[in-house]
Design a protein around this ligand. Structure first.
Ligand SMILES: [Zn+2]
Length: 249
């Protein structure tokens, strides 16, 4: 059985969130062994088995994935899917939200930060895929704006992503970010035009700026923790899934 780590924070009443690791599952080699992504070169039958275990470990029948592109598209999931008849293409988006009970919203990552948003009043839950590209393209602004229609009170949880020590970037990255925030979360690499970027902290400050009230953070670094997938560390590798869902009202 795949490993499932529950987020150790109370986002909102009746809301659950957490993430998978490399443990359990059927994948082999570079994808060993609980890869949740179909787009990384792993055998489809293994990913299908890993996702079957994801359903089992979370108790969810309905889990939604996206075709992620490091963009800012947000989709609203408004009805449960007919698992047998609905085999259509996945939405092309990097964030999704719903107020329907029992639908698991998933984001796949290996270094990027999965950002979960929960609305304690209006019963919405959402999730975004945030690397520097997604952050620069405004995916969090889009998700918060979409969910704010229901409530002004939002809480957030940042799942495991790459930490500052492990995330060296160049001027091409920095010039795309909001300089008012980035100047507070970078540190120059000595004698080079390179910087260490604290991406989770950047996202946390961005969320604060957007009015998100309570923000919780995972302390796991995907690059350092061998139990998680890291694209920067391994290049050919799998993805963990981070999920959020509303269990009850
Ligand atoms: Zn690290």
């Amino acid at each position: 059985m795949i490993e499932w780590n529950e987020a150790s924070c109370q986002l909102a009443e009746g809301v659950r969130a957490g993430y998978t690791t490399r443990f359990g599952g059927a994948s082999t080699g570079a994808y060993s062994s609980a890869n949740m992504a179909t787009h990384v070169g792993d055998a489809e039958a293994y990913v299908r088995e890993n996702r079957r275990q994801l359903h089992q470990v979370t108790g969810l029948d309905d889990v939604r994935f996206l075709t992620q592109t490091h963009g800012a598209n947000v989709v609203r999931i408004s009805s449960p899917v007919d698992q047998i008849n609905n085999q259509g293409p996945l939405p092309v988006a990097d964030a999704q939200w719903t107020d329907v009970i029992g639908i698991g919203l998933a984001i796949l990552t290996a270094d990027c930060v999965p950002v979960v948003i929960a609305d304690p009043d209006g019963h919405g839950v959402g999730i975004a895929h945030c690397g520097w590209r997604g952050a620069a393209s405004g995916v969090l602004e889009s998700l918060v704006a979409a969910m704010e229609c229901r409530s002004k009170r939002l809480n957030a949880w940042l799942g495991p992503g790459i930490c500052k020590r492990c995330y060296e970037v160049g001027p091409d990255v920095l010039e795309r970010l909001d300089v008012r925030i980035s100047k507070r979360v970078i540190e120059a690499v000595p004698k080079q035009e390179r910087w260490w970027l604290d991406l989770p902290r950047y996202l946390e400050m961005l969320l604060q700026q957007l009015g998100v009230q309570r923000i919780f953070r995972s302390t796991n670094c995907t690059y350092e923790d061998q139990n998680l997938y890291s694209y920067r560390r391994d290049k050919v590798t799998g993805r963990v899934a981070t999920l959020v869902w509303r269990e009850t009202r």
